[in-house]
Design a protein around this ligand. Sequence first.
Ligand code: TMP
Length: 208
Amino acid sequence: MSLFITLEGPEGSGKTSAIKSVKTELEKLGYEIVMTREPGGTDISEQIRNVILNRSNTKMDPITEALLYAASRRQHLVEKIWPSIKEGKLVICDRYLDSSLAYQGYAREIGVEKILGINEYATEGTFPSLTLLFDVTPEVGLARISANSKREVNRLDLEKISFHKKVRQGYLELAKKYPDRYVIIDASQPQAKVAEDALNVIKERLKK
Ligand code: TMP
């Protein structure tokens, strides 16, 4: 059964760690999973990721940033996501279009409609069937990042707390805008509980 699932959340929500055990559990149940991430997921898209997140690119214009994310997404769809969906696989993508809506649309204040427009063109209207929002306050999320010395700090991590507050608010607005595909996970809980909640939501959706 093919399903396109995306994972979203502010910095330090723990979604990337939580989903590793979710993948293992789903594989035990016999699902063929394609785990991927944005920006990135293919060679070309990872090269675009390096440009976007490079900490020395302080002069990057917000619209350039939005277009680069959309370009990276398009390449990812063409090379990986669309073929995997066609083959009936379960695609789990760590960040996708909603990251652009929350970060560039809300937090950079370009506007959700403009970002939707760019992305509808880039994705030919490919929306996920399920989006898990790992919700956590910026205070908790950013504290987790600074406690995790292994995690690379990128250009967007360096934004002020007010930016991260807008990101979170943006996500909560998006959850209201798209209630059919959004499920909110309380990511302030211990990691094992976050992973358990995420697995249960996905298993429930797979039954439908
Ligand atoms: P991450 O993969 O380590 O979460 O880093 C990606 C960063 O890029 C993160 O700060 C969120 C940001 N981002 C956007 O601003 N817009 C997007 O469309 C995507 C996919 C990510």
